[in-house]
Each structure stands twice: as structure tokens, then as C-alpha cells.
Design a protein around this ligand. Structure first.
Ligand code: HEM
Length: 498
């Protein structure tokens, strides 16, 4: 039910446009769009309207506007725009890209049940083990921090999703996961396909048709990563050796309903892949970003460590039972997520039918972008928003009593991130244990001079700090010995259980 209503109501404001092509020339590149949209929002307001080659685009830069539209009018604001490159990769039936309907509801329900707030308590064991490996490996090879953090988040996801126990970085499935990193980055890059499907027929040598080779190379990798781990679980189920996991639960559920068909198996592959693809990289970004924040803000690092020492002492590692007693650490986690949002422009939604908001007309079919960066830098909500100040979240009078709504970080309405409770637990445990054991300081150059960190970010759909030098060492010999002890015990228990 799309229609134009120009005569009665104005469109939301936006920057000046060219005839016919609209804002095509003014659209910023992906890597800087969040900053440019933030600047524009200061001039044109928190509800901005643009058109690129007649395709309508709405940019929401305040929590109020996003909540009014995407939460309160979720029935019409929960669709996704088309992602031509992702579609050509065969991702149309992945939850993140599905339009609302029965397939969406079923897939969403399966993921929500598996990642629900109470259910994620079952994964604390997996997090505990994976975090011990992270601490242990950081002692051995601190320079490999970024890779080790990625291994941590991947280990957790592989364990709970496929029951696959990754023992080393040479694990075949982990090596497959690594091959996904450049693919995920490329698939949000604008291409000629965004302009018209006709460009899918261009030959790969044609200028600008880079995506042809990309699709050819990426498709078999994606197919392998989707199918292979599920096929392993199927084999293990036949042998009776499968560990409990999302995939084994789903396959069992399908087989109880009726005879399992190839389409059932493909559906399980897609759902599991969606957990893997949504869950490994995002949490990885947040923990690596935490290292950057601690390096840049030694006072915050010290204050969090003092709190942990006071509450937990030095005789054991912190665990989830300590969480409520560590309010400052909680603030550090929130500030890491606010200061540089992991998903700087959220994931776009699409409006299904014409709508009126604050007396302005928004046409059906509009792509809606939530400018998370602008919301996190909103000075009305966050004093000195550009500064990293965890205490802003402490209640008054110790802090400023500021609040970071979960939606701002994890999205909106019917599309809110289903993995948010797991992400929160995984990031918290890694951060609190790293703070308990390590001190993160500036690295020194060959002349013994401290190197001033200049942290830059690689931004596509998600944002990740580019490699930065830092020194990560145990806070004391006791702390290092404790990690080794607990790690050895956990390994021994694992061998016994296997
Ligand atoms: C710090 C970590 C994470 C952040 C910041 C994050 C953020 C987001 C955001 C902003 C969205 C888009 C919501 C919207 O459309 O309004 C999203 C969607 C999604 N996330 Fe996450 N996420 C994180 C971790 C995870 C984890 C651990 C999983 C899975 C285990 C996951 C699975 C998903 C899925 C499947 C969707 C698509 C939902 C849909 O389209 O209905 N995410 N996430």
C-alpha cells in the first residue's frame, strides 16, 4: 500500500538533493557514514529523509524516534530492505534477512528459545572453559590478543551451537570461521547490484563488477561452513556420541514432528549458521574494543581492578556469582559498548506501508537506518559523550545516573538481537577475568619509549579496532599461577569427561 501524499504532509527534513539522482552524490562511504549522518542530524534533526535514485531512506538519530517507530509501530517497521549481494550469496532465508511471515516467525522463535535470558544460564560452563583458555593463551602469547579473543567467542558459539569442542587454533572448523571474516566485510560493500538487478549479468572484467568474482569465490566457502558442522552432528547423533547443542535439539525436534527431510536439515543449517555468524564476530569486536579502552584509560582500568580485588580477592577468579557486587565493572562494559558502537548504524529495517510521524509523511518501502552512533553520542543523554567515562552509569551521587537502553546497542522491536543475553554474558566474563589477571599498558618501542596508541577502526556493518600495539602482562606472579592452576584442573576434568 505505497502511495505518495505530497499535497498534505511534508516529508521529514534532510540535506539538499540533486534532481533525479537525489542524494546519490552526497551519500558518504560505508566507513564514515555513521559520523556524517551524526553531523547531518545536528542540522536536520533526529528524523531525516533522503532519496537515492528515488529509493527512500529514513535516518533515525534519537532513541525516542527509533522507539516510537520501530518498537511502538513494529507491525509495519520490521521488514528488511533487500541486500542484493547477500541474496546472490543465497542468504535470503537467513533470519537476519527474512521478511516477517511464517518462516521468519519460526526461525526467530527457535533462536529466541535457545538464546533466551534464562536458557543462556546453561551456557555458563562453556563460557567458563573458553575464558580459561583465553586467559591461559594470553599468558603465553599476549601479542596475539585479537586472534585469541576471536577464538574465545568462536569456541563458545561452536560449543553451544554444534556441540563441537574446539581444542586448538588449528581446528578445521575454526579455520573455516576465519575465512568468513573477509566475506562478511565485503558483503555490505555497496555495489552496482544495489542500483539494479540487471547488473548481475555484467561479466567479471567489467569495471565495477568486482562482486562477480567475490560471489564465485565466497559461495562454496559459505556452503561448506553451513553444511559441514551440521553433517558432523548428524553423524554423531547416529553413533550416539553427539553432545547437547542447538543443532542436535533442532534435528531431534524436526524428527519428532515428522520424517526429517533435506529441507528440514537445510533449515537447521541456516539457523545454526545465523547463530554462528551473528554471534562470533560481534562479541569479538566488543572484547577487543575493551582492550583498546583499557589501554587508553588506565584510571578506569585501575578502578575496575580495585573493585575486583576488594570483592573477589586474589585467591580465585571472578565468576557470574560476583556480578551484582561489581557495579563499576558493569559500567565499564556499558561504556565500551556506548563509546564506539559495535554496529554503528544498526541493521536497516524497512517500512511496509505509508506512515505519518510528528506530522511528517514517510512513504511505504522506506529503508530505515538507526544511527546508533548518534544515539550513543547524544549530549542530552550522555554528558561529555565523546569521553570514555564508565562512572557516568553509576547511580548519583557517585556517578551521573545515566542510562544506556539495551535497544540502542542491540536493536529494535521485533528484530532486536536475539543473542543479546549471551553476548552480554560472554563479554562480561572475558572482561572481568582479564581485569582480574592482567594489566594492559602502552607498548614500548625498540628504544624503550612508550608508544602513544592511535586506535583506528575498520568499519563495515560492524566496527573493529585495527591492530594496535599494547602490553598485556599478568598483574602478579600469583595471578599467573592461579590461571595455570585453574586451567590445568579444567583440562584434566575435560579429559576425564571425554
Ligand atoms: C556485542 C554483541 C552484539 C551486538 C552489539 C549485536 C547487535 C545486533 C543488532 C544491532 C542487530 C540488529 C537489530 C535490528 O534489526 O534492529 C542484531 C541482530 C541480530 N543478532 Fe546480534 N549483536 C550481538 C551479538 C549477537 C550474538 C551473540 C548473536 C547470536 C548468538 C546474535 C545474533 C543476531 C541475529 C540472529 C540477528 C538478526 C535478528 C533478526 O533479523 O530478526 N547477535 N544484533
Amino acid at each position: 500500500r505505497y502511495g505518495r501524499n505530497r499535497s498534505t504532509l511534508p516529508y521529514p527534513p534532510g540535506p539538499p538533493a540533486d534532481p533525479v539522482i537525489g542524494h546519490l552524490r552526497t551519500m558518504p562511504p560505508n566507513a564514515t557514514a555513521h559520523h556524517v549522518f551524526h553531523d547531518w542530524s545536528q542540522r536536520y534533526g533526529d528524523v531525516m529523509y533522503l532519496e537515492v535514485l528515488r529509493k527512500p531512506l529514513l535516518i533515525l538519530s534519537s532513541e525516542e524516534a527509533a522507539s516510537d517507530l520501530l518498537d511502538k509501530h513494529g507491525a509495519i517497521y520490521s521488514d528488511r530492505p533487500s541486500f542484493p549481494l547477500a541474496e546472490r550469496l543465497g542468504w535470503t532465508k537467513l533470519l537476519g534477512f527474512l521478511s516477517p511471515g511464517s518462516e521468519f516467525r519460526e526461525a526467530r522463535k527457535a533462536l529466541q528459545l535457545f538464546l533466551d535470558k534464562n536458557k543462556v544460564a546453561d551456557y555458563k560452563d562453556a563460557l567458563d572453559k573458553a575464558s580459561l583458555v583465553l586467559l591461559h593463551d594470553l599468558l603465553q602469547d599476549p601479542k596475539d590478543m585479537d586472534h585469541l579473543v576471536h577464538f574465545y567467542t568462536s569456541t563458545v558459539i561452536m560449543d553451544i551451537t554444534y556441540g563441537h569442542h574446539m581444542r586448538s587454533k588449528d581446528d578445521g572448523i575454526f579455520r573455516m570461521v576465519l575465512r568468513l571474516i573477509p566475506i562478511f566485510k565485503e558483503c555490505t560493500r555497496p555495489s552496482l547490484l544495489d542500483l539494479s538487478p540487471i547488473f548481475q549479468w555484467l561479466p567479471s572484467w567489467f569495471p565495477g563488477a568486482w562482486y562477480q568474482n567475490f560471489i564465485k569465490d565466497a559461495k562454496p566457502i559459505l556452503q561448506l561452513v553451513m553444511q559441514y558442522p551440521v553433517s558432523l552432528v548428524q553423524k554423531e547423533m547416529k553413533l550416539g556420541t553427539a553432545r547437547p547443542s542447538f543443532v542436535s535439539e533442532q534435528l531431534q525436534a524436526f524428527s519428532q514432528e515428522s520424517a526429517t527431510t533435506a529441507e528440514h536439515v537445510h533449515e537447521v543449517e541456516r539457523r545454526a549458521f545465523q547463530i554462528m555468524s551473528g554471534g562470533t564476530e560481534t562479541t569479538w569486536h566488543s572484547v577487543t574494543q575493551f582492550f583498546a579502552c583499557m589501554l587508553l584509560h588506565p584510571d578506569a582500568q585501575r578502578r575496575a581492578q580495585e573493585e575486583i580485588d576488594r570483592v573477589v580477592g586474589s585467591g580465585r577468579l571472578p565468576d557470574f556469582t560476583d556480578r551484582d557486587a561489581l557495579p563499576y565493572v558493569e559500567c565499564v562494559l556499558k561504556e565500551v559498548l556506548r563509546w564506539k558502537p559495535i554496529v554503528p548504524l544498526g541493521m536497516p529495517h524497512k517500512l511496509r506501508e505509508d506512515h505519518t510521524y510528528r506530522g511528517m509523511f514517510i512513504p511505504g518501502g522506506t529503508t530505515v537506518i538507526t544511527n546508533t552512533t548518534a544515539m550513543c553520542l547524544d549530549e542530552r543523554k550522555f554528558h561529555d559523550a565523546h569521553l570514555f567515562k564508565p562512572e557516568r552509569f553509576l547511580p548519583k551521587p557517585d556517578g551521573a545516573g545515566e542510562v544506556l537502553p539495551a535497544n540502542v546497542v542491540y536493536g529494535w522491536g521485533r528484530r532486536i538481537c536475539p543473542g543479546r543475553f549471551l553476548a552480554d554474558n560472554a563479554a562480561w566474563l572475558a572482561m572481568v577475568r582479564i581485569l582480574a589477571v592482567f594489566v594492559i599498558t602502552k607498548a614500548k618501542d625498540a628504544h624503550g619509549q612508550e608508544m602513544e596508541p592511535d586506535i583506528k577502526f575498520s568499519v563495515a556493518l560492524t566496527s573493529h579496532p585495527l591492530p594496535f600495539p599494547c602490553d598485556i602482562r599478568p598483574r602478579s606472579e600469583r595471578a599467573a599461577a592461579l590461571v595455570k592452576e585453574v586451567y590445568d584442573l579444567a583440562q584434566a576434568a575435560d579429559v576425564l569427561a571425554a
